[in-house]
Design a protein around this ligand. Structure first.
Ligand SMILES: Cc1cc2nc3c(=O)[nH]c(=O)nc-3n(C[C@H](O)[C@H](O)[C@H](O)COP(=O)(O)OP(=O)(O)OC[C@H]3O[C@@H](n4cnc5c(N)ncnc54)[C@H](O)[C@@H]3O)c2cc1C
Length: 511
């Protein structure tokens, strides 16, 4: 056996998982097919709960360049406005970062933790058996094989790991549109290069980071560097010669048809990549299993959906945070193998729910008067705070509640709020080690957790309105247990048998 875990794919999810496992003392092998990170633009940032999860993991400042979290004032659902300022509390956080930079920073973090990323090493086959899983790899010096106790496919939508493990990818493919995108300059006659606002004669005014639906299609754009615009246009009922190379003129013509006014485009300034792309299909698919024996899927390998609201990384990176500590627990010898089954049980329903809401958003931006009527009704509904809250929670993933066997406290299974703490600052600061945390608000339960001190961090602290006597928080930020009764059972269920049974004389001295 060459490794405890082989991870296929050094996209954001593979890199995050490698860092997670390394932080838990493991040495995963990370195999990436491409010799270099591609220049092609992808995500523009993280949206929703994952931003807080990055803060809990101590990665927010590294990724965002600031420790301060940004909560959005407004967003869109199906290109309809969502006025988040109306809400007293919400989890629609944003962390703007281009995917290339996100990957570079995650790779830097993983390397600091001792991870080696093998670029240019493509997994070409997967051969699982009862005790290990073997992969065949095409590397720069030829083909070789490696085996490990577990293999994680973080190899994106076309995952070889998924296909070779016999995991289906049911769902559907939307056609009937032509999408075009590129990274461009926009003439100053139309674009304000400081604010990014476009004023298009005959069409109106448009703001960056918004979607606009017209009777002809959908337009979305952003300005991430002054004067450099990422533009995406979808037109309904179009056909295109897909063999013809995509041009800047084609993008401009499509944009002008959709908006109904002139938008002169140029190559982007400062030598930025033009990155022209055309697409004629969009997939919404969910792996029928997240686990096949010793093989797991995370991120786009497990689910793909339309990009409305930027759900991809919120979903994928939280898959990783969910699986990472469980794999580490099993490999470090304190968790039972059965803990790994909770990964699919918890995360697959979350992806199914994201697919439902992204399909709903896709329907809302469709063509025709029926959709226009639907939008009018939805616009009315989205004036009501409970509706805004519901949609914001859905998009942020703030309505997740994992099963919490044996605990019916309202917090059990939910995200642990980032409460201010008298001694330790705030909850996020306790979570940075990537270990489970028992947070005792009464000073009476910490002793019970002492026999788990080798794997659980125990704190006693105070907050103004404590949600429970004590809270047991999983490394992914979700509450395993809360209350006063049943702590020993919860510790055992989630984090294995104690090093010494609770109450053993001297048990508290073990750490
Ligand atoms: C244009 C665009 C814009 C997007 N915008 C956003 C956004 O704003 N916010 C958001 O949250 N999401 C966005 N997404 C989605 C987001 O990019 C994906 O969810 C994310 O990239 C998934 O990460 P991943 O690590 O699972 O897979 P990927 O990023 O696809 O990475 C998979 C990696 O595996 C490697 N690989 C593949 N096969 C093999 C193999 N056989 N052996 C070894 N390595 C292999 C690939 O080379 C790749 O590096 C966008 C996507 C696109 C295309």
């Amino acid at each position: 056996m060459n490794a405890d875990v082989i991870i296929t794919g050094a996209g954001p999810n593979g890199l995050l998982l490698a860092g997670e496992l390394a932080q838990a003392g493991l040495r995963p092998v990370l195999l990436e097919a491409l010799p270099e990170r591609p220049a092609e633009p992808k995500a523009n940032g993280l949206v929703g709960r994952v931003v807080q999860a990055m803060d809990y993991r101590g990665l927010h400042e590294r990724l965002a360049g600031t420790a301060r979290l940004t909560r959005m004032d407004g967003f869109q659902f199906g290109a309809l406005p969502l006025d988040l300022q109306r809400l007293a509390e919400h989890s629609m956080f944003a962390l703007p970062i281009q995917q290339r930079l996100l990957e570079a920073r995650l790779e830097e973090w993983a390397r600091e933790l001792g991870v080696t990323v093998r670029h240019g090493h493509e997994v070409v086959d997967v051969r699982p058996d009862a005790d290990q899983v073997t992969v065949d790899v095409a590397g720069p010096a030829g083909t070789y094989s490696m085996s490990a106790r577990y293999l994680v496919g973080a190899d994106g939508a076309h995952s070889v790991v998924r296909k070779r493990s016999g995991i289906g990818f049911p769902g559907f493919t939307d056609t009937g549109f032509v999408g075009r995108m590129g990274q461009v300059g926009i003439d100053a006659s139309v674009a304000d290069h400081k604010t990014g606002v476009l004023t298009v004669p005959g069409a109106g005014t448009f703001r960056p980071a918004t979607f606009t639906r017209t009777e002809h299609g959908l337009f979305a754009y952003g300005m991430f560097v002054p004067g450099v615009f990422r533009v995406a246009v979808h037109e309904w009922d179009q056909t295109v010669d897909e063999s013809a190379p995509m041009t800047l003129a084609e993008l401009q013509e499509s944009l002008e048809r959709v908006l109904g006014g002139p938008v002169p485009l140029t190559a982007p300034p400062n030598g930025a990549e033009l990155g022209l792309r055309r697409s004629t299909d969009a997939n919404s698919r969910l792996a029928d299993k997240y686990r096949a024996g010793r093989v797991f899927l995370v991120g786009d390998a497990a689910h793909v959906q339309s990009g409305f609201g930027g759900p991809g990384l919120n979903l994928g990176m939280q898959d990783v945070l969910n699986l990472g500590w469980k794999l580490a627990g099993v490999l470090n010898g304190w968790a039972d193998e059965s803990l790994l089954d909770t990964y699919e049980a918890e995360r697959r329903p979350v992806a199914a729910r994201v697919q439902a809401q992204t399909r709903a958003q896709t329907a809302l931006v469709g063509a025709g008067p029926n959709i226009t009527g639907l939008r009018d009704v939805m616009t009315e509904l989205l004036q009501d705070e409970p509706a805004i809250q519901r949609i914001a929670d859905l998009m942020a993933g703030a309505d997740i509640r994992y099963p919490a066997p044996g605990c019916d406290h309202p917090l059990a299974g939910r995200w642990m709020p980032d409460l201010p703490l008298r001694e330790h600052g705030r909850v996020a600061e306790l979570m940075r080690s990537g270990r489970p945390v028992l947070l005792d608000f009464t000073g009476t339960l910490a002793e019970t957790a002492q026999p788990w001190r080798d794997r659980v961090d125990v704190y006693t602290d105070h907050t103004d309105t404590a949600p429970a006597d004590a809270v047991l928080i999983r490394p992914d930020g979700y509450v395993a247990w809360a209350g006063s009764d049943g702590l020993v059972e919860a510790l055992t269920t989630w984090f294995g048998d104690a090093l010494m049974p609770a109450g053993t004389p001297g048990g508290h001295l073990l750490s």
